[in-house]
Design a protein around this ligand. Structure first.
Ligand SMILES: O=C[C@H](O)[C@H](O)[C@H](O)COP(=O)(O)O
Length: 149
């Protein structure tokens, strides 16, 4: 699977770790930056870029990483067609895919160990959307609103 990664300084170490782990697992990882550690950088451009690339590449998924994951999720969700979920456990990551068909996950690197965060991201990447009618209906309501706005 193609996986787009975006972050900021707070997520830089985890992004680097994930790029290595996911590549070894056979994923095609696209690093949307930052490409060097800069303690003063800002997450929006990197997360918006990751979100745009996911939308332009159906079947791909995105991971946006910061200190909390909150701002990263907010930024990615500004891209039309992105459904970014903040996941803080394996279960919330799985539900983001099963119920919400999320195509981007936000992760708070300061909230987890590297291994713990990797487990959450792996759960997100390996879980399928359930395709259940009620979830399709709810996602369509969100998309309809997005198209009207
Ligand atoms: O929601 C935003 C993220 O958690 C950022 O990674 C965080 O705000 C960065 O904080 P600071 O600039 O204090 O390192």
């Amino acid at each position: 699977m193609r996986v787009y990664l975006g972050a900021d300084h707070a997520g830089y170490e985890l992004k680097t770790h994930l790029a290595s782990v996911l590549s070894k697992e056979g994923h095609e990882v696209v690093d949307c930056g930052p490409h060097a550690y800069d303690a003063e950088d800002d997450y929006p451009p990197f997360c918006i870029d990751a979100g745009e690339r996911v939308v332009a590449d159906p079947g791909s998924l995105g991971v946006v990483i910061g200190g909390s994951g909150n701002g990263e999720q907010i930024a990615a969700n500004k891209v039309v067609g992105v459904r970014a979920a903040l996941a803080w456990s394996v279960e919330t990551a799985q539900l983001a895919r099963e119920h919400n068909d999320a195509n981007v996950v936000g992760i708070g690197a300061r909230m987890h160990t590297l291994d713990g965060a990797t487990e959450i991201v792996t759960a997100f990447l390996t879980t399928q959307f359930s395709g259940v009618d009620r979830h399709i209906r709810r996602i369509a309501l969100i998309s309809d609103y997005e198209k009207r706005s």
